[in-house]
Design a protein around this ligand. Structure first.
Ligand SMILES: Nc1nc2c(ncn2[C@@H]2O[C@H](COP(=O)(O)OP(=O)(O)OP(=O)(O)O)[C@@H](O)[C@H]2O)c(=O)[nH]1
Ligand SMILES: [Mg+2]
Length: 454
């Protein structure tokens, strides 16, 4: 990547709005903008953190009246000179102002390129940059809180702290390896083992929360299954507040999988409504049933819907065998009708929630039940938490195995120089979280998730 280019992009979403912002960043940001900006004085004369009123003039035509905010390096989001032009928020005028800037020396920014520059200029570390995109994409208060915490360094600080501790231990071990003749210093060994154990405990606690972080950020993949006509589609509609899925009295209404993303309090559920599972289905329905079974395999959570107004049947039993080892909520539906289903003791002892998808009664019970099932309550309530993502989890996992190896080696009384590889792996793995030691591919991949103009 050429660091010296000046980049520009529309930072606001496409469409009509009150204003739109064209962001320009790079060593030429101010001079590029001065070529199209006509105000009381040139932007080059404006101090940082000031806003100037003026016109955008291109090819002798006035395109718009705008406000230009000037931020000077290093006191800007990217760390470079930045100008943000706020123009009127029409699609056409925005595009014209951007074109004017591009024709005067800026190049179009790639996805996340502003934030990538912020990272490369040391304004943010990699986990903070990831927090920026997570915050933009957050759909629940909890997801947003987790991202803000991470943006403020609540992950980087402990990770860097641990990395420095391991660096210190590694240096100590290297020194011991350099003087093998001095024999084993038992006290020093004990101290190192103690510190390794503490690091292992800290990283294990972090790793154990990663899964919950995924569920909160990305949503809980939830598959609704049950025999035909029990009210699966009605449940999807009730939870989403839409008529997204067809509901009829006829068994076998749903054929294909219907997906709907919903919020349940502070939870995000990616709901999949499926075809009712039965054995004597015709061909198309059978294909739907196969799909339902595949979705169950990939799900985090299964809503097994049981129609309480009908007897519990062999078909229900068969579905039970499909979902054996899955996190399951038995959704006992049609509580508004006379209850005729006899449930086994096993189901009664499992997680059940009684509802009426028709009236909406009991739906609020689902939220608490799911929070408990995945131990999400404390993360949702505690605003202070930091929860790592799947990329961090892999790094933490690598660091953990290396440290465990190192501890074992020490316990076995083997020479200190055997530990140096493990220590280096641990240091480098943790460094990938903050971006101290990370490959270009990973950096590219992370920023490719960003939107244009960020
Ligand atoms: N009384 C009552 N009727 C319900 C309730 N939930 C669903 N129904 C009715 O049950 C019938 C079947 O509902 P659906 O939501 O289509 O059932 P389904 O499980 O999606 O059925 P398939 O897609 O055919 O497998 C419809 O007539 C619904 O109105 C409920 O809680 N109470
Ligand atoms: Mg249906």
């Amino acid at each position: 990547m050429n660091e010296m280019t000046t980049i520009a992009a529309v930072a606001t979403p496409p469409g009509e709005g009150g204003i739109a912002v064209i962001r320009v960043s790079g060593p030429e940001a101010i001079s590029v903008c001065d070529r199209v900006f006509s105000g009381k004085k040139p932007l080059a004369k404006c101090p940082g953190y000031t806003i100037a009123f003026g016109k955008i003039v291109h090819n002798d035509k006035v395109l718009d009246e705008v406000l230009a905010s000037v931020m000077r390096s290093p006191h800007s989001y990217t760390g470079e000179d930045v100008v943000e032009i706020s123009c009127h928020g029409g699609q056409l005028v925005t595009r014209k102002v951007l074109s004017a800037v591009l024709e005067n020396g800026a190049v179009l920014a790639g996805r996340g390129e502003f934030t990538k520059r912020a990272f490369l200029n040391g304004k943010l570390d990699l986990s903070q940059a990831e927090a920026v995109i997570d915050l933009i994409q957050a759909e629940t208060d909890t997801a947003a809180n987790l991202s803000v915490n991470q943006l403020q360094g609540k992950l980087s600080v402990p990770i860097e702290d641990m990395r420095h501790k391991i660096l210190g231990l590694a240096a100590h071990l290297d020194a011991m390896a350099d003087f093998p003749d001095e024999g084993v210093d038992e006290a020093a060994n004990d101290e190192i083992m103690k510190e390794l154990s503490e690091l292992i405990d800290g990283l294990t606690a972090m790793k154990n929360k990663a899964e919950q972080g995924r569920l909160i950020r990305e949503g809980i993949n939830t598959v609704i299954v049950g025999k035909p006509n029990v009210g699966k589609s009605s449940l999807l509609n009730a939870l989403s507040g839409t008529d997204r899925a067809l509901v009829t009295q006829q068994a076998g209404t749903t054929r294909d999988v219907i997906e709907e993303h919903i919020r349940l309090g502070d939870l995000r559920l990616n709901l999949f409504d499926t075809a009712g599972i039965r054995s004597d289905a015709e061909q198309i329905e059978e294909m739907g049933i196969q799909k339902a079974k595949e979705y169950v395999q990939k799900a985090d959570l299964v809503f097994f819907v049981i129609d309480m107004s009908r007897p519990f049947e062999a078909e229900d039993e068969e579905i039970l065998s499909l979902i054996q080892d899955k996190n399951t909520v038995f959704v006992l539906n049609k509580m508004d009708l006379e209850q005729k289903a006899e449930l086994s003791d096993k189901i009664k002892a499992s997680t059940t929630v009684s509802i009426s998808a028709k009236t909406g009664a009991g739906l609020e019970g689902l939220q608490k039940t799911i929070e408990e099932m995945f131990s999400l309550g404390s993360i949702i309530q505690k605003q202070e938490e930091t929860v790592i993502n799947m990329r961090h989890k892999q790094a933490v996992q690598e660091a953990l195995s290396a440290l465990k190896n190192a501890l074992l080696t020490l316990k076995m009384g083997l020479p200190a120089d055997l530990l140096s590889v493990d220590m280096r792996v641990a240091i480098e793995s943790l460094g990938t979280i903050t971006g101290q030691t990370v490959s270009d591919e990973i950096v590219e991949e992370i920023f490719s998730r960003f939107c244009l103009g960020k």
